[in-house]
Design a protein around this ligand. Structure first.
Ligand code: PLP
Length: 411
């Protein structure tokens, strides 16, 4: 394990000076985005202060240095998720990576009569791209019959029922309930049924050791900003053969070998053929710093820390009858709840008045309300720097923090 108080010293937002509503910040919205350690801020700044130049576009030293930085970052990300280096495509984030699979792979290979399998617990970014592909190709969308926790058995039932399914796309860890899927077993099953599997890793790669090769999945997507990295950068990791077969969905500079006035063109090999335009170079440098930072702590240690916090949180909450918890039995960092008789947004506003950041609403998963039987919930989510003291502040304010009027007529 690690010393969480030592780790916190590396995060400027956690230096004790940051206040919300005049109260010390208690940041419990880590499923939405995460705070940044100084090493990530420094790496990002280094691009602007010391290294500004484009990559792949010049013959002078600074350009060459940027090429080296991009290559090193790609290597670091490949190492972090155990993939080959040329299986890593830089994208603007998880959303763009999922859209790249949709428009680069599914649009090209799926047709009327084929099927895509998702679940009602998926984030908009892992739902809408498939809805668009269904519109464009006339393929069908099927939903895993689940109460929110996706099991291998449920996926198998769907695959047996719809042998036309060609692609399964699910989150490794759901962003509303935080349940973890047995991805390795599901991937095996998908391949037995001749379907590819795309894993939305937005909520898993930041929290669990992720081994792309061992899981034997076809596509993996994630965002740097949910794992201590900068916004505007993320990755699609995909098997080399699939990347070679896929088409880019944006085209332009930096990804072609040549093009002529007869409309013909030749593209670079993957991953470069998917990276049109100037890359988010500062973001890429920060992304590398983020994965190296996480590795220096150890993903197993981060997972252990979050588990310990989860147990502590549930213990502190006790069996309070005023609070409905929707995912007591989840495996990690997300607790989703409602206070009886209190609208979720009101509860989040009240907690905000105490300096506590949580998320309320549907959390971009707008089909899950049917599974939960409620239109909105409050979600608190921890990360590697969350402390038991912060949990104490949260629980105390949740259980004894007064009501929504306190948020307006300061207590
Ligand atoms: N998928 C899941 C499960 C998420 O939690 C999120 C973000 O909340 C996304 C996709 C989209 O990530 P981004 O907005 O970083 O592209």
């Amino acid at each position: 394990m690690y010393d969480v108080y030592e780790i916190r010293k590396q995060f400027p937002m956690l230096d004790g000076n940051k206040k919300m509503q005049g109260k010390p910040l208690v940041f419990l919205d880590n499923a939405s985005t995460t705070l940044k350690p100084q090493c990530v801020i420094d790496a990002t700044n280094r691009y602007y202060a010391e290294m500004t130049a484009n990559s792949h576009r010049g013959d002078y030293d600074l350009c060459y240095f940027m090429d080296v930085e991009v290559a090193k970052a790609r290597e670091a990300i490949a190492k972090f998720v155990n993939s080959e280096v040329n299986e890593v495509v830089f994208t603007s984030g998880d959303t763009e990576a999922l859209n790249l699979v949709a428009y680069g792979y599914a649009l090209k290979y799926l047709k009327e009569g084929d099927g895509i399998l998702i679940s009602e617990a998926e984030h908009a970014s892992n739902s809408l791209p498939w809805f668009r592909i269904a519109e464009l190709t006339k393929c069908s969308i099927y939903f895993i019959n689940t109460d929110g926790r996706i099991t291998v058995g449920q996926v198998e039932k769907s695959l047996n029922k719809h042998p036309n399914i060609k692609l399964v796309s699910i989150a490794h860890v759901g962003n509303v309930l935080g349940y973890r899927v047995d991805v390795k077993a599901v991937a095996k099953l998908c391949h037995r049924h001749n379907a590819l599997i795309c894993i939305d890793g937005a909520q898993s790669v930041p929290h669990l050791k992720t081994d792309f090769k061992d899981l034997d999945i076809d596509f993996l997507t994630f965002s740097a900003h949910k794992m201590c990295g900068p916004t505007g950068i993320g990755a699609l990791v995909a098997k080399e053969k699939l990347l070679n077969d896929m088409d880019p969905f944006i085209t332009g500079g930096g990804m072609n070998v040549s093009f002529k006035n007869d409309g013909t063109y030749l593209l670079l090999e993957a991953p470069a053929k998917f990276e049109a335009g100037t890359l988010n170079l500062a973001g890429i440098m920060g992304f590398r710093a983020a994965v190296e930072f996480l590795s220096s702590i150890g993903m197993e240690n981060i997972e252990e820390h979050e588990k310990e916090l989860h147990a502590y949180l549930l213990d502190k909450m006790g069996n309070n009858e005023d609070v409905i918890i929707y995912n007591k039995d989840n495996d990690g960092s997300i607790l989703t709840f409602n206070k009886k008789g209190v609208f979720a947004q009101d509860e989040a506003t009240l907690l905000n008045s105490k300096g506590i950041a949580v998320r309320s609403g549907q959390h971009c998963a707008k089909m899950i309300d049917r599974l939960l039987g409620t239109p909105a919930t409050v979600r608190m989510s921890t990360y590697l720097y969350t402390t038991k003291e912060e949990i104490d502040v949260f629980v105390e304010n949740l259980l004894n923090g007064g009501d929504i009027l306190d948020a307006y007529f300061n207590d």
